[in-house]
Design a protein around this ligand. Structure first.
Ligand code: HEC
Ligand code: HEC
Length: 394
């Protein structure tokens, strides 16, 4: 297997794959003899036994990472990798080739990273009552060696528009209920939306970094909480099928170029997949989170937006950017916690069209730690039968 550096960067995320092959990582020779299915089965058995990353992996010792599930541990690897602008092989020799060694500490950067994990935990404990205010990103911002002085062209240039994860309390803004109601109204109204039981949106994906380009793209959903997102390449069957599915209970990701290729979600990403499925039906948005708050008014692509944030069990966060004029949803970011920084997935929506009285975004972008694509939708069918296989294991 060969990975271009940037592509591998989030193999961790793609690689809950990696996570699930944990046993494979620990015993590379054995891994090569085991089918991916056998590896998944082994990893699931380990998770079912409640094994922590510290128990499951060979050489995982940091105070905050060793207690995670193996799956969430690999999510944390993805966050660290992105934060310092690395790919896995910058800390793990041979990562992305057949001669990988995840266990060894021969690369100094890996040893430094372990110290950094403890440092981050200590800083938060000693200064922020253990709340995760400081992460790898706080200092590194995509550089392996953080900068120390402000660049003057930045100081006198565009203001920094990076957003904090937890939105501050907005003053003089409508309540969350008002904003969500305006959204429901703008999408077609509660009555029409409650009559929406299924849909199939079809289009093509526009490529980014070799992923997803010129594929046939489909989102299929069945109320209340089943969703499948599929990309395939009729002219290049060798590129395989990318898919993200959730059937109301279990979730799967298929990424042919990732380490495992296909894996079942078993960490906090399962809660994320469920959230996406519930939100596929906009009339349900208020039920997506038990708690909502509204941040200060903001701008996104030069348009004024209301920012509404939902928080749920296990530190799950959903941040929604509603256009102030149209009340339509422009962006939705979901985040799950890890000790080194939150794991984020962003979805952008644009070019809304009316389909049978309900608004659908005809431009859709999906961004995660290891990739992104944009899909241009050309056809939406509502209340049509959807093959249940589209929600289960790809
Ligand atoms: C900046 C350095 C760094 C990068 C980049 C990095 N890791 Fe790690 N990795 C570590 C450290 C440090 C540990 C040990 C953590 C501990 O002791 O808690 C580790 C441990 C692991 C382990 C456990 C191995 C074992 O059995 O002991 C796996 C698997 C792993 N990493 C996978 C990945 C993957 C996949 C990527 C790319 C997405 C990646 N790592 C990127 C630093 C890194
Ligand atoms: C408080 C700021 C801060 C935080 C937070 C932080 N780092 Fe660092 N990190 C540094 C500084 C400063 C250096 C450079 C030290 C030097 O030059 O000797 C560094 C160096 C490193 C290096 C070595 C780079 C090289 O090329 O030698 C790695 C790897 C690294 N950090 C990973 C991480 C990871 C992973 C996290 C999150 C768990 C993290 N850092 C959090 C400040 C930070």
């Amino acid at each position: 297997m060969n990975f271009r550096p940037r592509e591998l960067a989030t193999a961790a995320i793609l690689a809950v794959a990696a996570c699930l092959t944990g046993i494979g990582f620990v015993h590379p020779a054995k891994a090569q003899n085991q089918s991916p299915q056998a590896q998944v089965a082994a990893a699931k058995a380990a998770t079912a036994q409640g094994l922590t990353a510290g128990e499951f992996f060979k050489n995982v010792t940091t105070s905050t990472l060793k207690g995670l599930t193996p799956s969430d541990f690999l999510g944390a690897m993805g966050v660290m990798t992105a934060a310092v602008g690395y790919d896995c092989s910058n800390c793990h020799p041979g990562a992305g080739t057949d001669k990988f060694d995840w266990v060894t500490d021969t690369i100094p950067q890996k040893k430094t990273a372990r110290k950094m994990v403890e440092m981050v935990a200590a800083v938060n404990r000693q200064n922020f009552s253990g709340a995760q205010q400081v992460t790898c990103w706080t200092c590194h911002h995509g550089l392996d060696l953080p900068t120390t002085s402000i660049a003057l062209d930045k100081l006198y240039g565009e203001p920094n528009d990076e957003k904090r994860d937890i939105v501050a309390t907005g003053e003089g803004v409508p309540s969350a209920t008002q904003i969500l109601d305006q959204y429901i109204q703008a999408m077609g109204g509660a009555q029409k939306l409650s009559a929406l039981k299924s849909f199939i949106a079809t289009g093509h994906s526009e490529g980014y970094a070799g992923l997803g380009g010129s594929g046939v793209f489909q989102i299929l959903a069945q109320a209340p909480d089943r969703r499948g997102m599929w990309i395939n390449f009729p002219n290049h069957p060798d590129r395989g099928i990318s898919a993200w599915t959730y059937d109301g209970k279990t979730g799967w990701i298929s990424q042919p170029r990732s380490l495992l290729g296909i894996w079942e979600l078993n960490g906090s990403d399962l809660a994320g997949a469920k959230l996406d499925s519930v939100l596929a039906f906009p009339g349900q948005i208020k039920t997506a989170f038990p708690n909502w708050r509204v941040g200060p008014e903001d701008t996104l692509h030069d348009s004024a937006v209301f920012v509404v944030q939902g928080s749920g069990p296990g530190g799950l966060l959903g941040t929604f950017y509603f256009d102030k004029q149209t009340h339509l949803l422009a962006r939705y970011v979901r985040q799950t916690p890890s000790p080194v920084g939150r794991i984020s997935i962003q979805q952008d929506f644009d070019d809304y069209h009316d389909v049978n009285g309900i608004k659908f975004p005809f431009k859709y972008s999906f961004l995660w730690l290891d990739g992104r694509f944009t899909a241009i939708i050309s056809d939406v069918k509502v209340n049509v039968p959807v093959d249940a296989a589209k929600f289960t294991k790809p």
